[in-house]
Write a protein that binds this ligand. Structure first.
Ligand code: PLP
Length: 382
């Protein structure tokens, strides 16, 4: 159990709530979830499903109608044909990381993963006894992955490469050329790619390109996507993996052994999310863009902070090296002294030192309040 890591966002949230209980006013920019409500049509579909009796167990791999809808949507967006037998519906995107590592990694197998990156990758690689091999994401590269650097990390023991684009925590995005180059590097080696595309509908600049779309790569890719971020459905717990049918069978068996199935009424709502009106996705994107632009303009005025403009997702990852403060100490000080909750870059791995992560999943008013507070704090303390 000591190998299992955690997600600092939840710990900072607890600390921030404890300060609030003592009467402090805190601006929450720590947690990575849309602050919007789930779209009305999806809620209505969920309520109707509950009232209509969708309260029983369902198949471990997901309701056939939802698997069909996912196959159509996920395949269509990536220009590949996906069969429903290749889809496994799970409670959130996270279990796909868990199940992929359990299914594919033996003691000592190497997994290359982005660092800074979503902390659950490293945690799960360690947990199953794999060797976590970080590929640093560099600001000079706009936090795109350096394919040459990754190529140099591949060995005979490399089993899986984890990709995440658009990326948490940096907002960086791989270009189509990066993805094609990486597919070329993998060639016909016996390596699977876990492609975490949970932010693929949250893009401000450029176009998302999945490694699944490269000829010959579909069978080597496990696509992770879901409903949490795109449709503001974090608490519903629903995501999915798309993978070769033989692997899908094993992952469905892991579902049988762990969750039995994803909640049936949420899956019925998921069908509506995919097939219904997509206007709310566009509206949320437009609002996230407005917030990103506001935060970007403000944070670059703060002494000691400099920030790139993220291309996707809803995180800002300013460089704070000029402050001379270590990231964790600075994040703690901003919470304790300025009432702004954010995360240390090191919550996403060692290569996050020198950065902070702010989630802009909060109102413009609160973002402005946070910027004022951080700016005042910097004036007083730097
Ligand atoms: N992958 C990345 C990169 C994430 O940032 C998150 C959530 O923060 C997830 C996966 C998991 O999402 P879910 O809430 O659907 O499990």
């Amino acid at each position: 159990m000591s190998r299992l890591g955690t997600e600092t966002a939840f710990e900072v949230l607890v600390k921030a709530r404890a300060l609030e209980a003592k009467g402090r006013d805190i601006v929450h920019l720590e947690i990575g979830e849309p602050d919007f409500d789930t779209p009305r049509n999806v809620i209505d579909a969920g309520v109707k499903a509950l009232q209509g009796g969708w309260t029983h167990y369902g198949p471990s791999a997901g309701l056939p109608k939802l698997r069909e809808a996912v196959a159509h949507d996920a395949g269509g967006r990536r220009g590949v044909k996906v069969d429903p037998a290749e889809v496994v519906v799970v409670p959130g995107g996270k279990p796909i990381i868990f199940f992929a590592m359990l299914a594919l990694i033996e003691e000592g197998d190497e997994v290359i993963y982005p660092n800074p990156g979503f902390p659950i990758y490293e945690s799960m690689i360690d947990f199953v006894g794999g060797k976590a091999v970080p590929v640093p994401l560099r600001e000079e590269m706009e936090f795109r992955l350096d394919v040459g650097e990754l190529a140099a990390l591949i060995t005979d023991r490399t089993k899986v490469i984890i990709l995440n684009s658009p990326q948490n925590p940096t907002g960086g995005m791989m270009t189509e050329q990066d993805v094609r180059d990486l597919a070329g590097v993998i060639g016909d080696r016996d390596i699977m790619v876990l492609s975490d595309e949970i932010y693929s509908r949250l893009i401000f600049e450029g176009k998302h390109f999945s490694i699944m779309s490269v000829d010959g790569m579909k069978d080597r890719t496990i696509l992770l996507d879901g409903f949490s971020k795109t449709y503001a459905m974090t608490g519903w717990r629903m995501g999915y993996g798309v993978m070769r049918p033989d692997l899908a069978t094993h992952v469905a068996r892991l579902m049988t052994n762990s969750n039995s199935c994803t909640a049936s009424f949420t899956q019925v709502a998921g069908i509506e999310a995919l097939n219904g009106d997509q206007a709310s996705v566009d509206n949320m994107n437009a609002e996230f863009r407005r917030r990103r632009d506001r935060f970007y303009a403000g944070i670059n005025q703060v002494k000691g902070f400099s920030c790139l403009k993220p291309k996707g997702a809803f995180y800002m990852f300013p460089n704070i090296k000029e402050t001379g403060w270590p990231s964790k100490k600075l994040a703690d000080a901003l919470l304790d002294d300025a009432g702004v909750a954010c995360l240390s870059g090191t919550a996403f791995g060692a290569f996050g030192e020198g950065y902070l992560r702010f989630s802009v999943a909060n109102s413009i008013e609160n973002i402005e309040k946070a910027l004022d507070r951080v700016s005042d704090w910097a004036k007083k303390n730097l």
